[in-house]
Design a binder for this molecule. Sequence first.
Ligand SMILES: [Zn+2]
Ligand SMILES: [Zn+2]
Length: 552
Amino acid sequence: MAKHLRVTFLGGLGEIGRNCLALEQDGRIVVVDAGLMFPEPTMYGVDLILPDFRWLVERRDRVDGIVLTHGHEDHTGALRYLLADVNVPVYGAPLTVGFARHRLAEAKGLGSLEFIEVADNERRRIGPFEVEFIPVTHSVPSAHSLAIHTADGVVIHSGDFKLDPTPIDDRRTDLARLAALGDEGVALLLCDSTNAEEPGYTPSEREVGGALRRLFLERPDRRMVVACFASHIHRIQQIIDVATGQGRKVALMGRSMEANVKLARRLHQLRAEASDFIDLANVDRYAPGEVCVICTGSQGEPMAALTKISRGDARQLEVGDQDTVILSSHPIPGNEWSVGRVIDDLHRLGVEVIHSGQEPVHASGHARQGELRTYHQLVRPRNFIPVHGEYRHMAHHARLARTMGMPPRHILLCEDGDQVEVRPEGIRKVGRVPAGFHFIDGGAGDLDERPLEERRMLAEYGVLLISAGVDAEAGRLAQPVRVSARGWFDGEGDRQLIVAVTEEVREALEEALEDGQRDEGALNKVAQRAAGRLLGQRFRRQPVLLPAIVVL
Ligand SMILES: [Zn+2]
Ligand SMILES: [Zn+2]
């Protein structure tokens, strides 16, 4: 058993998404966050990407709890998969836990799970640790930095944060507590790197409200449709305030939008009257200038409300030249293409579209360099590991720490799978654990890298199926060679090509049979090689060759 505190990074270091790490002392483990990541367009059929939880599952008897920093999917979205194998209490703010519970209930995975709600600044003993929940501002309410008190000193995990001096709910980052912890001494800081490349300060969420108010005022007779993240309760609050302030009624669109607004109102984290809202079905009874629709789909997600609206597929809302759609968001890397298509389709319908490239209708939830410097200065850690970012973000964050006078040997750039030990003299990497992507295909369940690679090949190159039947006794073809193609070229020229491939394979097979070859596997290789040879002479890229030679 390791003598000192160990941190094992299971996700989020080298990508934006699937955040998860484990702290281990005296053989006991506490997990921080269990998030998911959304796939790239070339990950065919992949719906979600999870951390590889095997390392945790093998140690499930030693896990004492899972702590959530905040309610975003990249921190909570993999919970249902982890809890299925490691059923331990989940700690977090009421809203954080509420979001997580809701998603688990949707997946019918609530069963006998234990959720423990914590208050701001509360300290909880979890296993060998005392975990303190320090309020920070972010793009979802109730976000926390964690101060984890361990036998090897205090570890501060920043969680996702920005330093917003004028947050919508007046719940500011507890700078005083962070400074006090800094005074007492912090052994290790793990800190959000998302915006570490960007100089300056992230604008306050409140500035978005000002921009929205102006845009609404300039359009008193138009129907306003605003898309944003369903978890961004403060953004939703500002949209509601602007709309109702101008005498508009608000209709919500999208399942998660409705559910989150309901939950946030119940927890008194969203201030709105029941009379502010109307049913989406009744929107057409109002003049365009009397309504505002708040919907999901700001990332161009295929099944979300805005995407359906843009395709004219939304049953209850048809948009046209009387509508203004505001995308109160910024595309997450990888989503630019889908968002662009939604914007194009809206223009086709005659809609006026406003996005963050034109107007300040979005503010990031992550700290830029100025805020990161402030955080470092308050905490003054002995050791530092950048987290939550692609590699370049973490590299920039490490550089920032160096420019603030941290000795380079106390800064470690880690990646998913790294294990780090915290000792009095410093930190060092002590091992690696499996931490690759775990792909989930919604229809089929788990998906390994191999079938995914095959899907990529099929998608890129197409497939050529080569079949034939062999009479083993007579040593000749009993059923002729047939070649059919899918996703490969088609047309007259290619028909000739198919004929040529068929001929080539037939000759090769007959030759092999003459030489006495009867083994099915060997004959399949002969067919594949013959087709590959011919295609290789003419094309730089070959289709996937699928031989099906049967010995009868
Ligand atoms: Zn995050
Ligand atoms: Zn977040």
